[in-house]
Write a protein that binds this ligand. Structure first.
Ligand SMILES: Cc1ncc(C[n+]2csc(CCOP(=O)(O)OP(=O)(O)O)c2C)c(N)n1
Ligand code: SF4
Length: 480
């Protein structure tokens, strides 16, 4: 009986069943390098006997359908983000063999920062980088790795350094980083080269099983259809042209014992249950509700104003008051593109029930600290809601007639106290008195905690609470 020397890798599916026409054949073009690279990876997985442990992070690009071929775990990642996804899998599934398989548009274009940082952290993953010098799937546009003078859909006269920059050499760039364990560029241009590629792929996976850290294998791969060449011409072009800019070579191969410490073996990054409880202060006395939940209506509060008006910390103070009263809460900050002086807002939900989303499209309470905030959010307030207007800075009236407007000269009152940022505390005190969601005693109790290293402002904050209470007594009592 004759011995079978070569057969379809076991970790490929028996049939490549896909949606649509021609279901059971490969979706790659004739002569494409992706199929060869897949085969080499599949053989290595078989050889190492790790099929059950492999999680394949497939990219956006022609190889997006890798999950139709590999009978392993698969996550189809957002464009360029496979190294970040692979990192998460690496750190949460200790036994997984994690592959990040990416094209040049995916890895060196849209996801460049992802791969650099994963390499720099020395994640114990194997990256297979298919460099075919074009964006294949979308029809052959210029990629970061397109050669100078190479004609593509978007460089019909050839890539020109002055307009388009130079080809990016990824293995050389990764080789500037300290952490990676293994870096090699290989080619699929002919048989001997494919055998070397096979070895490199196998080594990258083998090293991962040994916990050596980050491996990066760049694979020069034909894309005959977009290069407008026959499969044979495409392979010749790799040797004649592509390999000149991207020389095939092993740039790094660090023996295990020389890696100190091997990044794959550093301290556990998944926190223990005890650490998680501590992180979120679960079970600590100070976060325990001091009162049973109040019977309140759900509150969706938006505090909006200039960055620097203290509205984001006012939001956290509000949320902490709710927690103190035994209620559920969320706090979601939103910053404008500018920093100090730009617009910002904080959304705070408060409820007796579990809160599904921190987003508040229609607040029932709006605190508008400046005109742009009133302009932006007035129309979104729920009918029957309240708008607190900082009338020191807003010289117009609320246009809506189906909401309650409370005009508080909060900035002027805060200026009298001597600390402009306490304007929020004045309004929050009035809100607390009107709504009954939390008491002003709770507010006063939590203020020292919220001030952290600004304890000198404690007195001003307590004065602000008194000013808010007085304002409520004089202007709002009995209105709600
Ligand atoms: C966020 C996002 N931007 C752009 C696209 C369009 N797109 C799909 S595939 C692709 C290029 C893929 O090229 P490459 O990574 O080189 O892989 P190849 O197809 O050559 O294997 C682009 C730009 C997309 N799907 N998603
Ligand atoms: S377009 Fe290029 S990379 Fe994509 S399947 Fe066809 S030959 Fe392969």
């Amino acid at each position: 009986m004759s011995e079978i020397k070569h057969q379809k890798p076991r970790c490929f599916y028996g049939t490549f069943t896909r949606k649509g026409q021609n279901q059971e054949v490969s979706h790659y073009c004739p002569g494409c390098g992706h199929g060869v690279a897949h085969n080499l990876i599949a053989e290595a997985i078989d050889d190492l006997g790790v099929q059950d442990r492999v999680v394949f992070c497939s990219p956006v690009g022609c190889s997006v359908f890798a999950y139709y071929y590999f009978d392993v775990g698969n996550v189809q990642c957002a464009h360029g983000r496979a190294p970040a996804v692979a990192t998460a899998i690496r750190r949460s599934l200790r036994d997984a063999i994690v592959i990040s398989y990416q094209g040049d548009g995916d890895l060196a274009g849209i996801g460049l920062s992802n791969i650099v940082h994963a390499a720099n952290r020395g994640e114990n993953i194997s990256v297979f980088f298919i460099n075919n010098a074009v964006y294949g799937m979308t029809g052959g546009q210029m990629a970061p790795t397109t050669l100078l003078n190479q004609q593509t859909l978007t460089t019909p006269r050839g890539r020109n350094a002055a307009n388009d920059g130079y080809p990016i050499r990824m293995v050389e760039m990764i080789n500037t980083l300290e952490a990676p364990a293994y870096i090699e560029r290989v080619s699929l241009a002919d048989g001997p080269r494919v055998i070397k590629a096979r070895r490199a792929i196998r080594k990258a996976l083998q090293y991962q099983t040994e916990g050596r850290g980050f491996s990066f294998v760049e694979i020069l791969s034909p894309c005959p259809i977009n290069w407008k060449k026959t499969p044979v011409e495409a392979r010749q072009w790799i040797i004649n042209e592509l390999e000149k800019t991207f020389p095939v070579s092993n740039l790094r191969d660090i023996p295990e014992k020389e890696k100190t410490p091997p990044p794959g073996k550093i301290a556990p990054t998944v926190p223990s249950e005890e650490q998680i409880l501590k992180m979120f202060k679960i079970g600590e006395e100070e976060t325990k509700a001091s009162a049973p939940p109040k019977n309140i209506q759900d509150q969706g509060i938006k505090i909006a104003g200039f960055g620097g008006q203290g509205l984001l910390s006012a939001g956290t103070l509000l949320a902490n008051c709710a927690i103190e009263e035994g209620l559920n809460t969320t706090w979601l900050p939103s910053y404008g593109p500018e920093m100090r002086g730009g617009t910002a807002n904080a959304s705070v939900n408060i409820s007796r029930d579990i809160i599904g989303s921190p987003i508040i499209a229609h607040p029932n309470v709006l605190v508008a600290l400046n005109i742009p905030s009133l302009d932006a959010f007035e129309d979104n307030v729920e009918p029957g809601g309240i708008i607190f207007v900082n009338s020191s800075l807003i010289n117009r009236k609320v246009k809506r007639t189906d909401v309650k407007a409370v005009y508080v000269p909060a900035s002027d009152m805060a200026a009298k106290i001597g600390v402009p940022a306490v304007a929020n505390v004045i309004i929050m005190t009035i809100y607390a008195k009107m709504s009954g969601v939390f008491s002003t005693e709770t507010l006063a109790k939590l203020i020292p905690k919220s001030l952290k290293n600004k304890k000198n402002l404690l007195d001003a904050n307590l004065q602000a609470i008194e000013a808010g209470k007085n304002f409520y007594e004089e202007n709002c009592r009995g209105e709600i």
